[in-house]
Design a protein around this ligand. Structure first.
Ligand code: COA
Length: 183
């Protein structure tokens, strides 16, 4: 049986391990191997402790039979060209590899949408690697649309990484409707 609960500081190490292992598996060949090799569960644990403690972040854990199987984190959008009072951002969504394709990603996505709606956001945005076909397909299945915005990040090693933005209106009932234009 699945259950969603607010993340506690003590969940930081689970989230860090999920994040690091996902990145090392999923992004091999997509971003610099030296960057992936440098990822540290300890460092990510400290970072997640701060994220969880920050009152404006919403971080939730999905449990299956009492064991964590996934996590999502969301909050106000950080993009300069979007209104942070109406646009929320899905900042992280991970389902453990052994538990993927069983609906947990959808459950966490819907929870993010609900949580953002509850604090007054009208739409949801997120960034994803342009080469991450799998994640892009998932978000498209969730009703979001790429709005054409792109950013080039040099913090992932020597090669620039391109991220593209997905966005959609938030509706608690039914599939979220994609907004058509954001330039
Ligand atoms: C992306 C991710 C969150 C999806 O979670 P999941 O539990 O595997 O997905 P679900 O089983 O809930 O799938 C929900 C829907 O999305 C679709 N979907 C999921 N992954 C998909 C993919 N790669 N391509 C196409 N559709 C996909 C499913 O078909 C399903 O639709 P359906 O119910 O109509 O059949 C998960 O694979 C994951 O954690 N990946 C690694 C981390 C990641 O990429 N995070 C997002 C970017 S930071």
């Amino acid at each position: 049986m699945t259950h969603i609960r607010a993340a506690q500081k003590s969940d930081a190490s689970y989230i860090a391990q999920a994040q690091v292992s996902t990145w090392k598996t999923l992004y091999a060949g997509l971003i610099d191997q030296s960057y992936l090799d440098s990822l540290s569960v300890e460092e990510r644990t400290s970072a997640w402790e701060e994220i969880i403690s920050h009152e404006k972040n919403i971080t939730k854990i999905l449990e299956d039979n009492g064991e964590p199987v996934g996590v999502m984190s969301c909050g106000a959008c950080r993009d300069d060209d979007l209104d942070p009072s109406t646009t929320g951002e899905l900042k992280a969504l991970y389902v453990d590899t052994s538990n993927q394709c069983t609906g947990h990603g959808r459950t966490l996505f819907l929870e993010a949408r609900k949580a953002l709606t509850e604090v007054g956001f009208k739409e949801m945005a997120l960034w994803v690697l342009d080469t991450d076909v799998s994640a892009r397909s998932f978000y498209e299945a969730m009703g979001l649309k790429c709005d054409g915005a792109a950013q080039f990040d040099d913090s992932y090693g020597v090669n620039l990484v391109t991220e593209v933005r997905y966005i959609g209106e938030i509706q608690v009932h039914g599939t979220p409707r994609a907004v058509t234009t954001h330039t």
